[in-house]
Design a protein around this ligand. Structure first.
Ligand SMILES: NC(=O)c1ccc[n+]([C@@H]2O[C@H](COP(=O)([O-])OP(=O)(O)OC[C@H]3O[C@@H](n4cnc5c(N)ncnc54)[C@H](OP(=O)(O)O)[C@@H]3O)[C@@H](O)[C@H]2O)c1
Length: 285
């Protein structure tokens, strides 16, 4: 398959670029500044020149807290611009794979969220990503993949914890009242490329197996790095972040398991691979 990937220098885009050849796909990556998805003509031009079989839209305004104060700007990237990508996909008969998030849910369910559960975002980021889901549906062939708590080659929670340890932090204070599914961009990329070859369409949840609070996630990072820094549980209110977040946004992955025949590896295993592989990473450029 010929894959056109937008936001190709982000965490997931990089993992896709690395994985695509192994799946027999040709990778055509675009990111800012050469392709801004808010510009319809630029999107159409890139799509017309590559003539992809699939477009994977990884471009996004991913700063969850910043989006609270810049919802209009986040909506342009995460919502309105997906229309540009969907139309361009439609023009060449490509499938659009649109990335979405567990933050489209309110976190009040008493079980993991299934694909058909009604989204009720509590944050600006979640609202704009939900708008992106709606826009992706403009492409006749579309696959909306909701993922969560990504870590890969880029800025993420694991990298932030490691930076604090490297800086000599004595204690880490981390929220223990939000639960979700930490997910390795490399494992997600592999799942997306496999999903594309199955011809799956609609909405699918894809995260590493298991779940954790941010506190438990931090404890495991510290443990795997062999540090004895104390991790102290705090409440979300004490963390004083701009954006409200769902309390429990664990995603049900039965559908992914049914289609691929297996679930993604446990997040602790994924974290171990990430920590080993990240040591050899090159700086972003
Ligand atoms: N990260 C998470 O925890 C998480 C969780 C759930 C879902 N997701 C979704 O998964 C997808 C991939 O996430 P990620 O972590 O790989 O994101 P990321 O690392 O933030 O990468 C996004 C990329 O998109 C680029 N971009 C921003 N605005 C653009 C525009 N107007 N046109 C073209 N490119 C643009 C960014 O460039 P700049 O860096 O220059 O802005 C960046 O390279 C996104 O759809 C995200 O919403 C992420």
């Amino acid at each position: 398959m010929r894959l056109l990937v937008t936001g190709s220098r982000g965490q997931l885009g990089r993992a896709l670029q690395h994985a695509a050849p192994g799946h027999g796909h040709e990778f055509f990556g675009y990111d800012l500044p050469e392709l801004d998805i808010t510009e319809p003509a630029a999107v159409q031009g890139a799509v017309a020149s590559v003539r992809p079989d699939a477009i994977i839209n990884c471009a996004a305004f991913t700063a969850v807290d910043a989006a609270e104060k810049q919802e209009a700007a986040a909506l342009v990237v995460n919502g309105t611009s997906v229309t540009n990508v969907a139309r361009a996909a439609e023009a060449v008969g490509a499938i659009l794979l649109q990335l979405s998030t567990d933050y489209v849910f309110d976190g009040k369910a008493d079980r993991p969220y299934r694909e058909g559960d009604p989204p009720r975002p509590v944050s600006a980021y979640g609202r704009t990503k939900l708008a992106g889901e709606r826009a992706a549906e403009l492409a006749r062939r579309h696959l909306i993949v909701r993922t969560a708590w990504l870590f890969g080659d880029g800025e993420n929670f694991v990298a932030a914890i490691r930076r604090q340890l490297d800086a000599g932090a004595k204690t880490l204070r981390v929220a223990s009242d939000q639960r979700g599914c930490p997910t390795y961009a490399v494992d997600l990329a592999d799942a997306l490329l496999r999903l594309l070859t199955t011809g799956a369409q609609g909405v699918i949840h894809a995260v590493n197996a298991g779940n954790a609070t941010w506190f438990e996630f931090a404890q495991e990072i510290v443990r795997q790095l062999g540090s004895d820094v104390e991790v102290v549980p705090i409440s979300t209110a004490d963390a004083a972040r701009q954006a409200p977040r769902p309390a429990v946004s664990v995603l049900d992955t039965s559908e992914l398991r049914r289609i691929l025949g297996s679930e993604l590896p446990p997040w602790q295993d994924a974290l171990g691979r990430y920590l080993r592989e990240a040591r050899h990473e090159h700086p972003r450029g």
